[in-house]
Structures are given as C-alpha cells and as structure tokens.
Design a protein around this ligand. Structure first.
Ligand code: SF4
Length: 324
C-alpha cells in the first residue's frame, strides 16, 4: 500500500494527568500520569495499532485526541488544524471528521432509539427521506439489512450491534476512525468478521484508523504500524512487519512471547512478564518498565531512556538499543 506522506493526524507530547490526594491527612496532591509525553503521526488511509495491557493509557490517548477527555498538555493536529486549540462551536464542526467506535456496543447505543435514529443521529439539516436513504445505504455497507430500521438495539447480537455502531460512526464520512477495543467483547469468529469489515471500509472510504487493542494478534492483522504503550508512554513504534519480526524493546518481546504461534518450529525468545504494571504517582525516575524488566541495570532505575531511532520508521525507548 502506498500512503500519502503528509500527516492526517499529528500528536505531539500528549499528556493526561489525573490528580490524587496524598499525605497523611489527604490534603496533598500528586498526579497519576496516565498519558505522559506521547507523540505519533497517522497518514491518510493508514492504520496505527496502539497496544498494551489494560490500564496503560491507550484508551485515554484515543479519548484525548477526540477531546472526549481534555488533555493536560500537548498538541494534536488534524491536517493543518490544531484541534487542541479549538473551542466549543469550532470543535463541534470538526467532530464529524473524527469518529470513535467503543468496545461495548451494549452501552454505547441508546436502548430507547431505533436503528434509523441511532445511525442517522449525527446527520444535520437533511430531510426525513434523505436521512432514511443515507441510513439504508450505510447499513448495506456494513452488511445489515434495511429491514432493521425500526428495531431496537436489544434485538441484535453483539456483532450486529457493533456493525450498527460502525454504521453510526461512518455515516458522517470521517477521515479518522478511532476503534477503542472495538472487537474485544466479541467471540473470535465474530471478531474476524468485524476486522474484515473494517479493512473493507478502509479501502472503500480511504479512512485512517487508530486501532486500540490489548490483543497483538488482532492488531497485527489490521495495522500498517504498531505503537506499544506501557504505563502512559510509547516504548516502541515500528511498521507492523518490523515489530513482529524484530521486536527490540524487552516489553514488546514479552508481549509477543505471550501470543500463540501457529508454526511449532518457530523459535521465539521466551521472555515472560512477571508481576503487574506498577503505575501510580511515583513514576518520575527511571524507565517505567524497570520493575519488571529482566535486563534492568542500575541506571534504568534512576534515568529515563530516550526514544531512539533504531531503523527505518522504528523507534525504541530502552538503554539497550543503540540509535542508528
Ligand atoms: Fe529494561 Fe532498562 Fe531497557 Fe527499561 S531501559 S526496558 S529497564 S533494559
């Protein structure tokens, strides 16, 4: 696939900090750095996979980009517009260009609305007949029959509900679709159907995706590039083939070691993750992965490694990786 070079989305030093009370009487204040200086780009038509364990901040990244939650710092550009600087009405006018599909189609669809109104809700200034025509068209595009127009969400399976959620997002013809664990709640066979649908829609509508998931196997299938997050920071980012063939960060290696491999002769470095990600307010010093890293050296606990370029479009945040 040949991608246009100009960025559709540019995220620079994005931060989202949450305050927590501290001190013996609870009067002090510290910050949990859920997203801490995250930067990446997405080209038109490109899919960037964002992976990591639950709680690593990937969902907060997606929500901050769309300003469903306000970032604490950093800047987000959509083409030439800085969307982090847009206020009220201007941001509302911008929203159709960037849509989101959530993990749980049960709670993301209003149970009291029929499909016609759910899918057509974002259409502004169109006649009832035009709205119906557009909804029917988009339902067919996501593999659903026009006969469901007057049915309610509870009448559908999880996979069908997610198709309705996708129809609702794409009817506004966005250029960027954020898929936040969009297939995680579905059975494996249904997951494959929805992934294939997303690939088809990407080709037909030339959309870019930020595909957020904890599941590396799913991310591998759909992404052109993958960013690996750990405790609020990107640890490694590379083209998908490079990342899976030549992972360089110890955390990426550990995540890949946990993915089942169909070829029994294939030998992969076994690096198992011990313990749990230790987030919290005391993460200012050192590498965030150090408490779980089998290669951690003394300086890993007191200095933060820089994100260095390790190959074409390949960046890694680890002292063991030399920059090119
Ligand atoms: Fe492990 Fe040190 Fe690299 Fe962090 S910087 S991943 S602790 S070796």
């Amino acid at each position: 696939m040949v991608l246009e070079m100009a960025n559709l989305l540019e995220v620079k030093d994005l931060k989202k900090y949450f305050p927590v009370r501290s001190g013996p009487l609870g009067f002090g204040r510290k910050w949990v750095k859920a997203v801490d200086r995250v930067s990446f780009t997405i080209a038109p038509g490109e899919t960037l996979g964002l992976v990591g364990e639950s709680g690593c901040g990937k969902t907060t990244v997606g929500r901050s980009i769309l300003r469903l939650t306000e970032p604490t710092g950093g800047r987000v550009f959509f083409r030439d517009t800085e969307i982090t600087a847009l206020t009220g009405k201007k941001m509302r006018l911008f929203r159709p260009k960037m849509q989101i599909v959530f993990q749980d189609p049960y709670s993301s669809l209003n149970p009291r609305m029929v499909v016609l109104d759910l899918v057509g809700e974002g259409l502004q200034g169109v006649s009832p007949q035009k709205k119906k025509d557009l909804v029917v068209e988009v339902l067919e595009r996501v593999g659903l029959s026009p006969e469901i127009l007057y049915h309610y969400p509870h009448e559908f399976s999880g996979g069908q509900r997610q198709r309705i959620a996708i129809a609702r997002a794409i009817i506004l013809q966005p250029e960027l679709l954020v898929c936040d664990e969009a297939v995680s709640a579905l059975d494996v066979s249904i997951q494959a159907q929805i992934i294939n649908l997303l690939v088809k829609l990407r080709q037909e509508m030339k959309m870019a995706y930020l595909f957020i998931s904890h599941d590396l196997a799913v991310v591998k299938h759909i992404s052109h590039r993958v960013a690996v997050m750990y405790l609020g920071q990107i640890m490694e980012i590379a083209p998908t083939k490079t990342l899976f063939a030549n992972p360089l960060h110890p955390y990426t290696k550990a995540l890949l070691a946990a993915v089942p491999v169909p070829d029994p002769d294939y030998k992969r470095e076994r690096l198992l993750l011990a313990g749990e990600a230790q987030g919290g307010t005391d993460m200012d010093e050192g590498c965030r992965f150090a408490p779980r890293c089998p290669y951690a050296e003394e300086r890993c606990h007191r200095e933060e490694p820089p994100l260095v370029t390790a190959g074409k479009d390949h960046q890694v945040k680890c002292f063991l990786v030399n920059s090119e």
